[in-house]
Write a protein of this length. Structure first.
Lengths: 439, 295
């Protein structure tokens, strides 16, 4: 057989082959050069575990100069935006899943699919729970690699107070919750406390309740804000009813008490129940913890919203994203690849961190997780853990909508307005912001 | 050295300051002014030469609340800062061992970082765990602890109280120094003429410190307008926007909503408001200002 190949053709062909091989070999080749990483937010255990893992990364990648910084989660948008405008954005950003649409819209981050080596994302998928991996996807592309998620909403119950009030099981419906909260209230200890500040987590907790009632905050297709629909209004009415029943601390107190502070109050026996996210298990530094149990937040007696009620909403607050301005995508991807390895993902497997829902499949078989979350591990093994769960609201303008929602919640908690009235005003204000943002 | 070379030397010496002002004050101000006339959302420019940002601001139902709160914040804060500063400064001007020690101690609130101050006050004023509310209840002043920062009717005034605690010491020290520099013979002469303490203060001390008083009032006003950390850390603008002021709302529009055009428009309004208030104050006090400046 005669091979009809010119010298030029040979050179072009071999060069193309070499280039393809070199591109494909990217992640396998040891990364090098400077790599800056900004991490925002996290529990105490997580904040300590992350730098320890970074040491392992550096041991495996000795040619990388890692510059790791940790910041409070509340300032992430400002910090990232300022970094972007001044051309000093970190190569890897570890932030919240809810941020992805706005960060992508702003051009702050780039799809990981575009810079991943062939087969690399499939490799990650083999180790990550698919429902959790979905929290990093936006418009069909993977922008963030999640390491865990938090789910909303849950209820922590002081079991001694429950027994004292004559109940032998946690409440399972909204009407039962009102009955329980009233019965568990003492003059010096409210039956239930919930956070009502403007902190995003406090709003997520309420959204979990509203979504379970068939409510939604926004319709992506029409661009319409849906805050004043019945599903959300009735959820806010539940807050109003609990206050009217006299089962909560004073409204003025709840508007200055965020999720973290409410947890502290519960663990100090200053509330018999509190509403939070799935990190109820977070160890709160108090001398004597109550005898307590965490359960999914009670369901509405009859969901009244226009949309399918969800079992829970979830989002991660430590998704690894690559900045659009990174000058070292190889090292950035090597860093993310490192965090998709089981050894790192097991950080959330009950040791040292017990407060999050782990993204790593292997973490779910950890004995420590089974001890901390027996019911969850059982449900995961039965394949029902994520059934009916949806991502937390995420769209361009989500902050504006959630900010308006926070104002409405506070107005109702303070008794300034009825839920429908407060949410009508919030809807109008949020729609104006959305229209402005979307042009 | 002749007069001409003196002038050149003077220009040379002030050049760095002029350059710094141009680069760090006028430059950003011009940038904000042009940004306020630009629809700039999510990092994208959508047209220059429009008043859309100002229209959006007037249509915003929260904006009137923000303006009202800002008036309380700036005017209330300045008034209380200067009045209490004058009272404390007058006391500190008295020569005694105690006032000598107090002149140093009073600066303690200035030593603490803003965030530490804000967090400490936030917890002291908290409705459920705050020591202040608890003390009120224990002493029988109130039946139940008060949520100072959670009550929309109280929150702005509580912020002003913390602001005064924070800013007043420097005002007091400046005014103390001014009072101590009043010529002793003038005070003595008025005493010999039969003037009582109130009359000496009103007719001798106040005219002598008018320049310092005007200067410290204007500076306080500018400080308070620019203050962001205290209200943001203590309340975040809540509850239900009851403590939302210009600086916190500009921050929210720009960095939470990514709406830089509206944020800049609000900055321009804020600057205009400050210029009007300071201008009016200087006009009213033009005699003492001019007299002091010419001394």
């Amino acid at each position: 057989m005669k091979l009809d190949l010119s010298r030029r053709g040979f050179l072009v062909g071999t060069t193309a082959l070499a280039a393809t091989a070199a591109l494909g070999a990217g992640p396998a080749r040891a990364a090098s050069g400077k790599l800056s990483v900004w991490k925002f937010g996290g529990t105490i255990a997580e904040v300590e575990a992350w730098p320890a893992a970074n040491e392992r990364f550096l041991a495996a990648n000795p040619d990388v100069e890692l510059d790791y910084s940790f910041f409070n989660g509340q300032i992430r948008r400002q910090k990232i935006l300022a970094g972007f405008q001044t051309n000093r954005l970190a190569d890897v950003i570890i932030a919240f899943g809810q941020d992805i649409p706005e960060f992508a819209g702003f051009g702050l981050i780039q799809p990981l699919d575009d810079i991943a080596a062939p087969g690399q994302i499939d490799d990650w998928k083999s180790r990550i729970v698919p429902e959790i991996l979905g929290s990093g996807v936006h418009e069909g592309k993977l922008y963030g690699m999640p390491t865990y998620v938090d789910m909303a909403s849950f209820l922590a119950i002081d079991m001694d107070a429950l027994a004292e009030a004559g109940f032998d099981r946690p409440p399972s419906t909204w009407s039962e919750l009102r009955e329980y909260a009233k019965a568990m209230t003492k003059p010096d200890r409210p039956g239930i406390a919930f956070p009502a500040t403007t902190a995003p987590v406090d709003i997520n907790i309420f959204e979990g309740i509203a979504y379970a009632n068939g409510g939604r905050v926004f319709d992506e297709e029409s661009g319409k804000v849906l805050l004043n629909e019945k599903g959300v209004v009735d959820a806010l009415q539940l807050y109003a009813d609990l206050i009217a029943d006299g089962s909560t601390p004073a409204g003025t107190s709840m508007t200055e008490t965020n999720f973290r502070d409410t947890a502290q109050l519960f663990s100090q026996h200053r509330a018999a129940m509190w509403i939070g996210l799935s990190w109820l298990n977070t160890p709160w530094p108090v001398p004597e913890e109550p005898n307590w149990e965490g359960v999914p937040f009670p369901r509405p007696d009859a969901p009244s919203g226009n949309h399918p009620p969800v079992a829970a909403i979830m989002d991660g607050s430590a998704l690894l994203m690559v900045s659009s301005r990174t000058k070292n995508p190889e090292a950035a991807m090597a860093y993310i690849d490192f965090w998709t390895q089981n050894e790192q993902l097991n950080t959330w497997g009950g040791s040292p961190e017990i407060a999050r829902v782990p993204a790593g499949k292997e973490a779910w078989s950890s004995p420590a997780l089974a001890e901390a979350w027996p019911n969850w591990v059982k449900a995961y093994n039965e394949g029902t853990f994520f059934t009916g769960a949806e991502p937390m609201p995420r769209f361009i303008g989500v902050s504006a909508v959630e900010s308006a929602l926070a104002t409405a919640i506070q107005q109702v908690v303070l008794g300034q307005k009825a839920p429908q009235e407060a949410l009508d005003a919030a809807n109008e204000a949020a729609q104006a912001q959305i229209d402005l943002l979307r042009g | 050295m002749n007069r001409r070379s003196d002038a050149w030397l003077a220009y040379f010496m002030i050049f760095p300051v002029v350059a710094a002002v141009l680069a760090f004050v006028l430059g950003p101000t011009w940038d904000v002014a042009t940004l306020s006339l630009t629809q700039f959302v999510m990092g994208q420019e959508r047209g220059f030469g429009t008043l859309a940002n100002f229209r959006a601001l007037w249509a915003d139902p929260i904006f009137p609340t923000v303006v009202r709160n800002t008036v309380i914040w700036i005017l209330g804060g300045t008034l209380f800062c200067v009045v209490t500063g004058l009272a404390v400064g007058t006391f500190l001007a008295i020569d005694s061992k105690m006032t000598t020690a107090l002149r140093a101690l009073i600066l303690l609130p200035w030593v603490l970082p803003d965030v530490v101050t804000a967090m400490a006050w936030k917890w002291m004023l908290h409705g459920q765990v705050g020591v202040i509310g608890d003390a009120f209840t224990r002493t029988g002043l109130t039946e139940k602890p008060i949520s100072f920062l959670g009550d929309p009717n109280l929150v702005m005034w509580m912020l002003v109280v913390v602001l005064v605690w924070r800013k007043m010491p420097l005002v007091a020290l400046i005014l103390c120094a001014a009072i101590r520099s009043v010529p002793a013979e003038q005070i003595e002469a008025s005493r010999m003429d039969g003037a009582n303490a109130r009359q000496r203060f009103r007719h001798v001390i106040l005219p002598n410190i008018a320049f310092s008083l005007t200067a410290v009032t204007v500076i306080s006003m500018i400080w308070i307008t620019a203050e962001f950390t205290l209200p943001w850390v203590m309340t975040g603008g809540g509850p239900a926007n009851a403590s939302q002021i210009m600086s916190t709302y500009i921050y929210q529009q720009s960095f939470t909503f990514f709406n830089w055009g509206v944020g800049s428009a609000m900055s321009v309004v804020n600057l205009g408001f400050l210029i009007c208030v300071v201008g009016l104050y200087l006009y009213v006090n033009r005699r003492s200002w001019a007299a002091g400046g010419s001394k």
